[in-house]
Write a protein that binds this ligand. Structure first.
Ligand code: NIG
Ligand code: FE
Length: 412
C-alpha cells in the first residue's frame, strides 16, 4: 500500500512548538507518523483510524513520554584542536578575555593548534564533542570555521565538517565560514592585507568549492570593524551566501543593526545591542541568537535586552557557542537553563530557542524546528512529566530516544 506510513509512534505527548501557540503547542495523548523521512500525520490518538494503524510498516509506543522537535544548536565552533584550560586558569587569576587575545592568546592560540592538526585529528576530537550534544537530542548542528585564518586551514575545517556530516546520518551539520574571526598573527601590522586575501582569495575559494552554507564575522574592537564587516557582507551576498554576525558581545558597535541592514539570518550574542539595532532586527526578521555560555564563562555583567527583543517581536534562539575559549560548553540543555536563569527567558521560550527559532537562524525554518506535517521527522522523546523540565533540570539529560529523518538513533 503506497500510502502506508513507514513509522507510527503512538502514545506520546507532543510539544509541537508551532508558532503563535501557547503551552508548547501541546497535543496530549497523541501519535505521529513518518513517511519518507518527513512527518506525514500527527494528531490525537482517538483520531487515528484502525486501518491507518494497520497499514503502518512499523508501530512503536512512546510510553506516554513527551516528544519535541529535534534540538538544533545553531552557533558552534566545535571543530578545533588543542584546548585553552591554561587561559581559563589565567582568567581565574584576573586576566580578561580581551587581554589574552591582545597578547596573542585567545582565538589565535587555537588558530595555531588547528593549523598544525590533521583532518583526522580534527574530525576525531570534534566527533567526541558532537557525541555529547547528540546524547541530548541535537539533530542539527551549525559549525563555524575561523580557526584557520588562511586558505588551507579554513578549507580543512570546512571539509572536516562536511565529512562528519556525511559519515553520520544521526546529525546534520551546517557550515558557516568565519574567516573574519580575528586578525591572524602574520598580518598583525597589515589589516588591509588580510582583508584583501580574505575577500579576493579565501572567501571566493570557499564559495566555489561549496563548503559554506553561510558567512559570519566577529564585529568587535578585538575583531573587525562595521566597515570591514560591510565589505565582507557585500561580497558574501554577491556569492549568494546567507549572513550571520557575532554582534555587540563586548561593546555596542551597532553590529546587530548592521547585520539586519544586510538582511542577515541572525545576529548573535547581543549583550550590548541598542534598541535602534533591535528595531532593525525586527524589521528584517533577523533572529537573535543568545549565548549564555559565553556570558557566564566571561563573567559578563551586561545582559541582552530581552524586554526589547520581546517588545519588538524579534525571534530568540539559544545556542552553546561551543568553543575552546569563551564557551567550553557541550550541553544545549544547560544553555536552556542558563538562558532562563541568567537572561530571564521562560522555559517555553528556551525550548523555542533550540527548535523553531534555531531552525530560522540557519535559514531552515520551513524544513524543521517544529512538529508539523511536511517537516523533517527529527524528534526527541523525553522521560519527563512537563516540558518545562528540559530547562529546569541541570545535568539530568532525560533524553530517551532520538529520531533523525524518521529513523531512531543509538544515541540515548
Ligand atoms: O563566539 N567571539 C568570538 N568567537 C567566539 C569565541 C571563540 C574563541 O574564543 O575561541 C565566541 O565567543
Ligand atoms: Fe561564537
Amino acid at each position: 500500500m503506497t500510502n502506508a506510513w513507514d513509522l507510527l509512534l503512538t502514545d506520546v505527548q507532543l510539544a509541537t512548538m508551532v508558532e503563535n501557540a501557547s503551552d508548547y503547542g501541546a497535543i496530549r495523548d497523541a501519535a505521529i507518523a513518518v513517511k519518507n523521512g518527513r512527518i506525514a500525520w500527527l494528531g490525537c490518538m482517538d483520531e487515528l483510524t484502525e486501518s491507518q494503524r494497520q497499514a503502518a510498516d512499523q508501530v512503536e509506543s512512546g510510553n506516554n513520554q513527551w516528544l519535541s522537535p529535534g534540538l538544533i544548536d545553531c552557533h558552534t565552533h566545535i571543530i578545533y584542536a588543542g584546548n585553552r584550560a591554561s587561559e581559563f586558569e589565567m582568567r581565574l587569576k584576573g586576566a580578561t578575555y580581551e587581554e589574552l587575545q591582545k597578547a596573542g592568546g585567545g582565538i589565535l592560540s587555537t588558530v595555531k593548534a588547528t593549523r598544525d592538526a590533521s583532518m583526522d585529528e580534527l574530525a576525531l576530537s570534534a566527533a567526541k564533542r558532537i557525541a555529547r550534544l547528540k546524547s541530548e537530542g541535537v539533530t542539527t548542528l551549525e559549525v563555524k570555521s575561523g580557526y584557520g585564518l588562511e586558505l588551507n586551514t579554513e578549507l580543512k575545517m570546512l571539509r572536516v565538517a562536511r565529512q562528519l556530516d556525511q559519515q553520520d546520518r544521526e546529525i546534520e551539520l551546517r557550515t558557516t565560514f568565519l574567516g573574519a574571526h580575528a586578525l591572524p598573527q602574520e598580518y598583525n601590522q597589515d589589516r588591509e592585507g588580510y582583508l584583501e586575501i580574505l575577500l579576493t582569495q579565501i572567501l571566493p575559494e570557499v564559495s566555489c568549492q561549496g563548503l559554506a552554507d553561510a558567512v559570519d564575522g566577529f564585529c568587535e574592537h578585538i575583531g573587525f570593524s562595521p566597515e570591514e564587516i560591510s565589505r565582507l557582507f557585500v561580497l558574501a551576498k554577491e556569492l549568494g551566501l546567507p549572513l550571520k554576525l557575532h554582534a555587540d558581545q563586548l561593546s555596542d558597535l551597532g553590529a546587530a543593526g548592521l547585520a539586519a541592514e544586510h538582511g542577515a539570518l541572525s545576529a548573535d550574542h547581543l549583550e550590548y545591542s541598542s534598541e535602534a539595532s533591535i528595531k532593525k532586527m525586527a524589521m528584517s526578521g533577523t533572529v537573535a541568537v543568545l549565548l549564555p555560555g559565553a556570558f557566564y564563562v566571561l563573567r559578563e555583567k551586561q545582559k541582552p535586552a530581552l524586554d526589547l527583543l520581546r517588545k519588538h517581536g524579534v525571534a530568540i534562539a539559544v545556542a552553546t557557542d561551543a568553543n575552546p575559549g569563551s564557551s567550553p560548553v557541550l550541553s544545549l540543555l544547560l544553555m536552556m537553563n542558563m538562558a532562563c536563569t541568567l537572561f530571564s527567558l521562560t522555559a517555553e521560550e528556551a525550548l523555542a530557542g533550540v527548535t523553531r527559532n534555531a531552525a530560522r537562524a540557519l535559514g531552515l525554518g520551513e524544513d524543521r524546528g517544529t512538529l508539523e506535517v511536511g517537516k523533517r521527522a527529527d524528534f526527541v522523546l523525553w522521560d519527563i512529566q512537563d516540558p518545562a523540565e528540559l530547562a529546569y533540570m541541570i545535568g539530568a539529560n532525560p533524553c530517551s530516544r532520538v529520531y533523525k529523518d524518521g529513523l531512531a538513533s543509538n544515541v540515548a
